[in-house]
Design a protein around this ligand. Structure first.
Ligand SMILES: [Zn+2]
Length: 372
């Protein structure tokens, strides 16, 4: 039997030891190659002049022949105004890639030599680079769609004997006039209101050849798994003529109006005799769920889209070697410009709003595609 990809030696083509063995010049030219696709020519981030600029070698900077301004390999990138060395950044991306269920800010802080704030912002920026460059072109062939609920789970109430159950709580509340549902459930109001933070992660995954698993995926956050949002996502992200496989959720009753649609009843089986399943979507949720329980220990809606996008990237890149994954993320981080969501985060400039149904992302993906 063939060896599993993750056990093969050519998968492990980068390690902490190999990063520390690299010279500063090697790391610098790696960053240059990923930013400009060249180690000899640079584009000035101020005026855009593509040239062999005057090099200020000791500072690892260039002075532009056009506008005279100085720039470095990280000017006007996610890492602009960095204090960390390129080696530390490379190590951070390596640690990020190797943490297959995600890495907590404090985990990066311990392993990567970052302060907790810098680790939080750096991992946030890497997620931003993934989310803002998501390939949102419609999926083809056979597409699996499913939704999974994340976040918004109240703690168990303090007193035993009361049920932490919406149905029961609502029934008791309905019986007593003026009773509040959080009273009936034995929870505090604050705890009860955590339910408002529940969101559904909707994932669409294009199946590859038999045995290949999923080849490309798109994810979006919705308020609930409902027919209207499912239809919107399908019209945006699934090509005409594709086959759609889902479970028997009522959100997908209208799918057969626009696409060939097959459903598997999960109360009975995971794969029908005809081969209908959505196990690749389940595989995605399994990774995101393990991140939720084991790494983040809880998620609020504000950045759920970022984490969901991160896991889509990890799933779709799972058959790439470590250095391919490191270069893919570094390449994104060095080419999407300044951070919009994390620059000045600890100075109070925060995104604030959550990203629902990928609003505002497709424009980014399009502008990036025309550039490259
Ligand atoms: Zn210039």
């Amino acid at each position: 039997m063939a060896q599993h990809f993750l056990r093969r030696s050519d998968y492990r083509d980068m390690s902490i030891a190999s990063i520390s063995a690299m010279s500063d010049a090697e790391i610098h030219s790696l960053f240059c190659r990923l930013r400009w696709n060249s180690t000899s020519h640079q584009a000035c981030p101020q005026c855009g002049l593509w040239e062999v600029h005057y090099e200020r070698k000791s500072r690892q900077q260039w002075r532009c022949k056009g506008c005279g301004r100085d720039f470095s390999v990280t000017s006007a990138t996610l890492f602009a105004s960095r204090k960390k060395s390129l080696r530390t950044l490379l190590l951070a991306v390596f640690l990020y890639v190797c943490s297959v269920k995600g890495i907590a800010g404090l985990g990066m802080c311990r392993l990567g030599g970052y302060s907790s704030k810098a680790a939080h912002v750096t991992t946030g920026k890497l997620r931003e680079s993934i989310l803002r460059t998501q390939d949102l072109t419609p999926l083809r062939g056979t597409v699996e769609i499913d939704g999974g609920y994340f976040g918004g789970k109240p703690r168990k109430p303090n007193r035993r004997g009361r049920r932490n159950d919406n149905v029961i709580a609502n029934r008791i509340a309905g019986r007593k006039k003026g009773a509040k549902p959080w009273h009936a459930s034995g929870m505090t109001r604050l705890n009860w209101n955590k339910r408002k933070n529940r969101r559904v992660v909707m994932v669409l995954r294009q199946q590859g050849r038999l045995g290949q698993g999923a080849v490309r995926s798109i994810v979006a956050i919705a308020q609930s798994e409902n027919e209207r949002d499912a239809a919107k996502l399908i019209s945006k992200y699934v090509a005409k003529g594709a086959i759609i496989m889902t479970d028997e959720s009522p959100a997908y009753v209208g799918v057969s109006l626009t696409h060939e649609h097959y459903a598997v009843s999960h109360s009975k089986e995971y794969v029908t005799a005809e081969g209908v399943h959505e196990n690749q979507a389940e595989s995605y949720f399994s990774r995101l769920r393990r991140w939720e329980y084991g790494v983040s220990h809880g998620v609020r809606p504000t950045y759920l889209a970022d984490y969901a996008g991160e896991m889509v990237w990890r799933e779709d890149m799972r058959r790439h070697t470590i250095s391919q994954q490191v270069e893919a993320i570094l390449g994104k981080a060095l080419t999407i410009g300044h951070s919009r969501w994390w620059r000045g985060y600890y100075q109070g400039r925060r995104r604030g709003a959550e990203i629902l149904m990928n609003h505002g992302l497709s424009a980014d993906a399009r502008s990036r595609m025309t550039k490259s």
